[in-house]
Ligand binder design. Structure first.
Ligand code: DON
Length: 574
């Protein structure tokens, strides 16, 4: 069967132009035409070469799991600041009517301790949880992506890894974002000679338009294609991880790599505005925040308020203020001080909704987190989205945490290690990289998974399926929620829903972050009058999304905030 591969290049030009001229519109309406549709599947990711890898796999008979893994592995080559083998992530899958989630989040190494990031005075040691291998959790991606394919894929494993090998071995074109990123982070990359040798050739960041070849990463991927996860989690590559970590003061060991296991978990499930939604459970807070957002907004009759008006934004902020206050109780499911069941309990949502006032902002310091006493007696980093021609779906977010992770590349293996340890509450009460204040439930402990905000999500109603998620640290659940609400409450087309300008609030700091044009000047003034402090930011999240009807047409949208690409497979065209 010949299948057309349609990349909406013209949409990208329009998107870029609109970013410059009007910015992705919220109040002003969506700026871009709807993506083209096809019935053979759809892929959206943060890089054109990665989307192409996913589409190639769909075209050669792969399903959504095969395509998601191929896309993720290609991102590990062309988007080293976030795509990864040295990091971890989460995936939500829907195959037929079965919905599952795969947790391949990093874990703390066996030698990690509660106070490992504090000095003798109990003060945080600057940069310790961010830079160098002490900041690295045990990578989950090698075993996680392999497991996803093993369980749900249908093509031979080597075929799924092949596009990434090709990109690493034959080379790929450095895009503007990668050139800019390596320039901006040259200090971090230059700290470790192992990293500089690959990413600062001749001491300089690669130029946009130049060809980058990554032979060590290609060799790692070849071994991975031949022997699966064990090629990385045991043997010479795991030994190289340990050696690199030891040389730079890390506690990550080969035994940690061998002991790592991904975990299939029951999704956070809820109904919102007539749609079924499945999202990520702990150790991500994403699904709980999304569930609280939708549950509270329904109770507050949010859909009835005028779109882009002050009331809607005010209520969004009040809801997120409370959801992020509850987030302080969350952590690894084994140590979390609250569960999805508690935080999504109708009684808790009623209690919260009753205390939200339309006229005034509640100062964040007055919002108490969930406690059993408060509940009335009878009483809760790069993202990719894929659908195949059968309507099976994978929503996957993976990350190194910070840009280029901890900065250390494992010599011989060619991948960067994450700095996910900073997602733990490394110093209680102190904000992390994303300004999040976190609690004891999320303290460092050997083998623990650090709390995440990643929100890979699949929503469906009847035959219609939406696959979404975002990078952006603490901003992930709110970016995901807004796009979902644009679709399921306001009936936007997919591209319009993704384009619209967004806002964000996370309890602390008590500030509403706003993209340009999210709020009209009148709405902004009115929100200030209700007691909200507004702070403009360049962008919030990067939502790559696909949608479609099972047995019908599918569409894909790339977020104009990034250089991603969306594409579809259209068996009817050629
Ligand atoms: O798991 C988390 O919530 C963070 N490590 C995600 C980091 C992220 O999204 C960075 N990308 N912008």
């Amino acid at each position: 069967m010949q299948i057309a591969f349609l990349m909406a290049k013209s949409r990208r030009a329009v998107a870029l132009l609109s970013l410059i001229l009007v910015l992705p519109a919220g109040a002003l309406g969506a700026a871009h035409p709807e993506a083209e549709r096809g019935s053979g599947g759809a892929v959206a990711s943060a890089a054109p070469a990665a989307t192409a890898a996913g589409l190639e796999v769909l075209r050669t008979g792969g399903n959504a799991a095969d395509a998601a893994v191929a896309t993720a592995l290609a991102l590990a080559v062309v988007r080293p600041r976030a795509g990864n083998l040295g990091g971890g992530g989460f995936a939500v899958t829907r195959f037929g009517s079965e919905v599952r989630t795969l947790d391949f989040r990093e874990t703390a190494p066996a030698q990690a301790t509660h106070d490992m990031f504090l000095d003798e005075q109990g003060e945080p040691r600057s940069g310790a949880s961010l830079i160098g291998p002490l900041a690295a959790g045990v990578p989950g991606s090698p075993a996680g992506l392999y497991e996803l394919h093993n369980e749900l894929g249908q093509l031979p494993w080597a075929k799924v890894v092949a596009p990434a090998i090709r990109l690493a071995r034959d080379g790929f074109t450095v895009d503007r974002r990668l050139a800019l990123g390596t320039k901006q982070y040259a200090d971090l990359l230059g700290r470790f000679p192992e990293t500089a040798a690959v990413w600062l050739p001749d001491g300089q960041p690669p130029e946009a338009g130049s060809t980058m070849r990554l032979p060590e990463l290609a060799a790692t991927l070849e071994a991975y294609a031949e022997r699966g996860a064990l090629a990385i989690t045991e043997g010479p590559i795991a030994a190289a991880v340990e050696l690199a970590a030891r040389l730079h003061g890390g506690v990550l060991r080969a035994e940690d790599m061998a002991a790592y296991r991904p975990v299939w978990r029951e999704p956070v499930r809820f109904e919102a505005f007539g749609w079924q939604v499945a999202s990520m459970p702990l150790p991500s807070s994403g699904g709980i925040i999304l569930g609280q957002t939708c549950g509270l907004l329904e109770r507050l009759e949010w859909a009835k308020f005028s779109r882009f008006g002050t009331d809607r934004y005010h209520l969004l902020v009040e809801v997120w203020r409370r959801a992020y206050a509850d987030r302080v109780l969350l952590g690894d499911p084994r140590t979390s001080l609250a569960s999805a069941v508690q935080l999504l309990a109708p009684e808790w949502l009623d209690f919260r909704a009753d205390r939200i006032r339309l006229a005034n902002a509640t100062p964040s310091e007055r919002v108490r987190k969930w406690s059993a006493d408060l509940v009335p007696e009878s009483p809760e980093t790069t993202h990719l989205s894929v659908m195949d021609g059968d309507g099976n779906a994978v929503s996957m977010t993976t990350t190194l945490n910070g840009t280029f992770g901890c900065g250390l590349l494992v010599p011989g293996a060619g991948f960067l290690l994450n700095n996910e340890m900073d997602d733990f509450a490394t110093a209680p009460g102190q904000p992390n990289l994303y300004g999040l204040i976190q609690g004891e439930a999320n303290s460092v402990g050997p083998g623990k998974r650090m709390l995440s905000s990643m929100t890979p999500t699949i929503a469906w109603r009847g035959n219609k399926v939406v696959v979404i998620g975002s990078p952006g640290g603490s901003k992930i659940p709110t970016a995901t929620a807004q796009v979902l609400l644009n679709l399921i409450v306001d009936g936007d087309e997919l591209q319009a829903a993704v384009d619209r300008a967004r806002v964000h609030h996370q309890w602390m700091p008590d500030v509403v972050f706003t993209e340009a044009h999210a709020l009209s000047p009148e709405t902004a003034k009115a929100l200030e009058r209700r007691g909200h402090e507004l702070r403009p930011v360049a962008s919030l999240g990067e939502v790559h999304s696909v949608w479609g009807e099972i047995g019908g047409k599918m569409g894909a949208a790339q977020d104009p905030r990034g250089p991603g690409e969306a594409g579809i497979v259209n068996p009817a065209v050629d």
